[in-house]
Each structure stands twice: as structure tokens, then as C-alpha cells.
Ligand binder design. Structure first.
Ligand SMILES: Cc1cc2nc3c(=O)[nH]c(=O)nc-3n(C[C@H](O)[C@H](O)[C@H](O)COP(=O)(O)O)c2cc1C
Length: 158
């Protein structure tokens, strides 16, 4: 079975709630997936994953420092994430507060790592984003994203 991980940093729980919802949807779509804080993940742990999903609260329009540190720590494995599926999500306090730039920042790093990132022609094009506590609509977008990530992962890693 294909393997996935949903990594997140979350101080007040909003990003974690999104991570757990995405991971649940990926498991439901038969990609074995753990939801884990970036602080509990070692770079080596990613090598066995076919899909890596990374979420961050928006801090000043960018990913939070622990998420950036998590990415920077992957440099010792540069090239080894090539071809894996990547996706991103974010949480912010305000509409227009910088969630999309946060998501794009994570996706930029994933592209540099050679990962495969799929957009969505409907709804949350770049990745799910929540304003504060995820509401029902955001949860549905997280479920849809988890399902789409799983479908792509199963196609690439049957
Ligand atoms: C240092 C810091 C910077 C922040 N910067 C922004 C920001 O630029 N735009 C915004 O909308 N929210 C900002 N926020 C609010 C968080 O993105 C928001 O509360 C988020 O939902 C927290 O996620 P969490 O519950 O997973 O920790 C900031 C919060 C902190 C602590």
C-alpha cells in the first residue's frame, strides 16, 4: 500500500485539525497516512513516504519558522524526494492574511525537491486554507484534497 504523511506545525490547533482531516481522507482512500507535528518527524522518516503533505499557520504571510526549519533540514536528503507527491495547506487569522502565499512558499520548496504537485480546478486551487478554526466548508475542502492526493499517489505508486 502507498504511504503518506501529513506534517504540520500548529500552536493553537487550527492547522492540526486540517492535517488530521486530510490524513483521515487519505487513509479512507487507501494511502496509509500518519498526521504528525514537524517537530516529531526526522528527515529519514520521509524517505519511505510516497506522498508528503505539509501545513503551516500563516506567520507574516509566510510559513512558520518550525516549518521552514523542517524544510531546511531536508537538504541532507536533497534529490531523494524527487517524484514523490507533494501538497500544502495553511491556516491564517484573516481573509487575505497571507494563507495563499504561505501555501505557495511550501509548494516552491517541494518543486525544488522535484516533487509532483497537483492543483485543483475547483474550490481551493492551491491547497485548503482556513480562517481561524476550520469550518464545515474547509473540512470538506480538506477531505477533497486528501482524496485527490491519495488518488494521484496510488496512480504514481501502485
Ligand atoms: C507570529 C504570528 C504571525 C501571524 N501572522 C499572521 C498573518 O500574517 N496573517 C494572518 O492572517 N494571521 C497571522 N497570524 C495568525 C495565525 O496564522 C492564525 O491564528 C492561525 O490560525 C494559527 O494556526 P494554529 O492554530 O495551527 O497555530 C499570525 C500569528 C502569529 C503567532
Amino acid at each position: 500500500m502507498a504511504q503518506g504523511i501529513v506534517a504540520y506545525y500548529s500552536k493553537s490547533g487550527n492547522t492540526k485539525e486540517m492535517a488530521d482531516t486530510i490524513a483521515r481522507a487519505m487513509n479512507h482512500a487507501e494511502v496509509a497516512t500518519e498526521s504528525k507535528s514537524v517537530e516529531a518527524i526526522k528527515p529519514d522518516d520521509l524517505l519511505n513516504c510516497d506522498a508528503i503533505v505539509l501545513g503551516s499557520p500563516c506567520y507574516y504571510g509566510q510559513m512558520a519558522a518550525p516549518v521552514k526549519q523542517f524544510i531546511d533540514d531536508l537538504v541532507g536528503h536533497h534529490g531523494q524526494l524527487n517524484g514523490k507527491v507533494g501538497a500544502a495547506f495553511a491556516s491564517s487569522a484573516n481573509v487575505g492574511g497571507g494563507s495563499e502565499t504561505t501555501i505557495i512558499g511550501i509548494i516552491e520548496a517541494f518543486l525544488i525537491a522535484g516533487m509532483v504537485v497537483q492543483g485543483d480546478p475547483q474550490g481551493a486551487h492551491y491547497g485548503p486554507l482556513a480562517i481561524g478554526r476550520p469550518d464545515e466548508k474547509v473540512k470538506q475542502q480538506c477531505e477533497r484534497r486528501g482524496q485527490r492526493i491519495a488518488e494521484l499517489t496510488k496512480r504514481l505508486f501502485p
